[in-house]
Design a protein around this ligand. Structure first.
Ligand code: MG
Length: 119
């Protein structure tokens, strides 16, 4: 399945992609921000996105995806340093399916992805 990794940090994208590869995901697409991600939704079955990014942040990106007829149902996991309860609530209200706070372990990442895809 194709996974879209959205983060403005090249290092963070590399960490997430490497964890995904270790977990058996081979079809990984990367984007630098929400706007770039919107251009790369074709065939995507899971989105992992950062919150804080230039051009289009994660929250705006989630809202754009959720109101896009063709791609509105793609499961989205937000991976971010914004771990405060109000932020988590806002993300979930905007249509995020699951939430991971940085720093995270590879085990946590895989666990959250599996539980998200199982729903
Ligand atoms: Mg960021």
């Amino acid at each position: 399945m194709r996974v879209l990794v959205v983060d403005d940090s090249v290092i963070m994208r590399r960490i997430i992609s490497n964890n995904l590869k270790t977990a058996g995901f081979t079809d990984i697409v990367e984007a630098n921000n929400g706007a770039e991600a919107m251009e790369n939704l074709s065939g995507v079955e899971l989105i992992l996105t950062d919150w804080n990014m230039p051009v289009m942040d994660g929250l705006s990106f989630v809202k754009e995806v959720r109101k896009n007829g063709e791609y509105s149902k793609i499961p989205i996991v937000m991976i971010t340093t914004e771990g405060a309860k109000t932020e988590v609530m806002e993300a979930l209200k905007s249509g995020v399916n699951n939430y991971i706070v940085k720093p995270f372990t590879p085990e946590t990442l895989v666990e959250k992805i599996n539980s998200t895809l199982a729903k």
